[in-house]
Design a protein around this ligand. Structure first.
Ligand code: AVJ
Ligand code: FE
Length: 431
């Protein structure tokens, strides 16, 4: 593959290191999200996955440490009932020095492999390890988000951009037309298995919110008693609302005096009314129902984001220009969201803003294989383990999504009641 892959790998490793450096030592063995592993796992998982996938599996190389390679192999999205119990697991994890020694050797061998010119046959494994690390940097950030502020060091000069009034609610019309959901293997340098093969759909006309649903709009739902009324919620979601006594989004906190706050990455701030609300798919669905609308399907999202009046489709919502901070909040451009309406340069052909950036967007579509799906050789469990009807597609990007992942067919997914991700939504009407 050569220099490009080596550079990307080093850039990834450097960014991961900087993310770990934000934390105090006391956080290392803690588990900020009960459904995911403790932080120590991820420092091992990133190099272990790269080493296992490229050096061992693709190239048939020897082990460095079979126990650590197995321990750090996999750790995603366990079922709600399978939440790891911290006490039982505490002494399972190695000392940090051992994790880092393993990581250094794995890095050395991965970089050595990436430098070989004959890696072309293994392009899939190479891209998989590079995108895998980039994706996990977002996982790390939303885990860090849940840690006490006292365990994180705020980067010098960082201030969340809270100023600005919520934009007027506006809907944009999207005429009927075709939308691309999946692509053929030959047409892009790399995609995950769930992006293939080619698939396009006719999408009837619909109208869609110009902006994401903001905290201001969502507050109306909360204040109208939305969390107390069963009729807005799907059955399982209502059970969850009741049994967990959920009364507002996880990112919101309330003081005794009744004031609402947003839990940011490094600060708690008075609820920024213009920011997109971050919620579960369950909460997004309830809000949409309450407001007489629904969530977009995956096909409608694609049409709103990439379609255009002349029938062609764009590379990005705004066109062909290389993604930059002017188009939206992604690629680690901020530690928090920014006000809706502040990136008009990123608008799609229909004038819909922030489709890519400022928060992943929930769809109403379950995560399912496209007809003709084939699990990828280098990581066959990547998608296939999640085609269970319980996961929903998210599209777009959040502030913590690397620019390399901004392609129209990239699909993300979580369970309907997973509250930790940087995920927002907008409503549609029609058809
Ligand atoms: C695609 C973001 C849902 O984090 O659970 C990381 C990505 N897969 N390691 C996850 C993933 C294996 C996955 N998501
Ligand atoms: Fe992983």
């Amino acid at each position: 593959m050569g220099q490009g892959a080596v550079d990307w790998y080093r850039r990834n490793r450097e960014r991961s290191r900087r993310l770990f450096d934000l934390l105090g030592a006391e956080a290392y063995y803690t588990q900020p999200i009960a459904l995911r592993h403790p932080i120590v796992f991820y420092e091992g998982h990133l190099p272990a996955f790269s080493f296992n996938t490229l050096v061992k599996k693709a190239l048939g190389g020897e082990s460095i440490d079979p126990r650590l390679e197995a321990l750090f192999a996999r750790g995603i999205d366990p079922h709600e009932s399978a939440a790891a119990r911290p006490a039982e697991r505490a002494n399972l994890w190695p000392a940090r020095t051992a994790v880092q020694a393993f990581a250094d050797e794995a890095d050395r061998q991965v970089i050595d492999a990436l430098s070989q010119p004959h890696l072309l046959n293994n392009a899939e494994a190479v891209h998989a390890i590079l995108e895998h690390e980039a994706m996990h940097q977002e996982t790390l950030l939303y885990m860090w988000h849940r840690l006490p502020f006292s365990q994180k060091t705020k980067p010098k000069g960082y201030q969340p951009r809270t100023a600005g009034a919520p934009p007027r609610v506006q809907v944009m019309d999207v005429p009927s037309g075709r939308a691309t959901l999946g692509v053929s293997r030959e047409s892009i340098p790399f995609g995950w298995d769930n992006e293939f093969p080619a698939l396009s759909e006719d999408v009837p006309a619909f109208s869609i919110d110009r902006h994401n649903v903001t905290n201001a709009r969502y507050l109306e739902f909360v204040q109208a008693g939305g969390y107390d009324e069963e009729r807005w919620w799907n059955g399982d979601d209502w059970q969850w609302i009741r049994s967990e006594r959920i009364a507002h989004p996880l990112f919101w906190e309330r003081e005794a005096d009744g004031a609402w706050y947003w839990r940011g990455m490094f600060d708690r701030v008075l609820l920024p009314l213009a920011w997109p609300v971050y919620v579960t798919q369950a909460e997004a669905t309830a809000f949409a129902r309450w407001s007489g609308a629904r969530l977009p399907t995956e096909a409608e999202f694609q049409r709103a984001a990439y379609g255009s009046p002349d029938g062609s489709e764009r590379v990005h919502p705004w066109g062909d220009d290389t993604p930059s901070a002017r188009h939206g909040v992604f690629d680690f451009g901020s530690w928090d969201p920014e006000p809706a309406g502040t990136h008009p340069d990123g608008a799609s052909a229909w004038g819909v803003e922030d489709l890519v950036g400022n928060g992943w967007e929930w769809t109403g579509s379950t995560f399912a294989p496209f007809p003709g799906f084939r699990a990828m050789a280098s990581y066959p469990e990547y998608s296939a383990d999640f085609f269970d009807g319980q996961h929903f597609v998210m599209k777009g990007a959040s502030p913590a999504t690397a620019r390399e992942l901004l392609r129209p067919t990239f699909r993300n997914w979580f369970r309907a009641r997973y509250p930790y991700a940087y995920a927002t939504f907008r409503c549609v009407q029609g058809a």
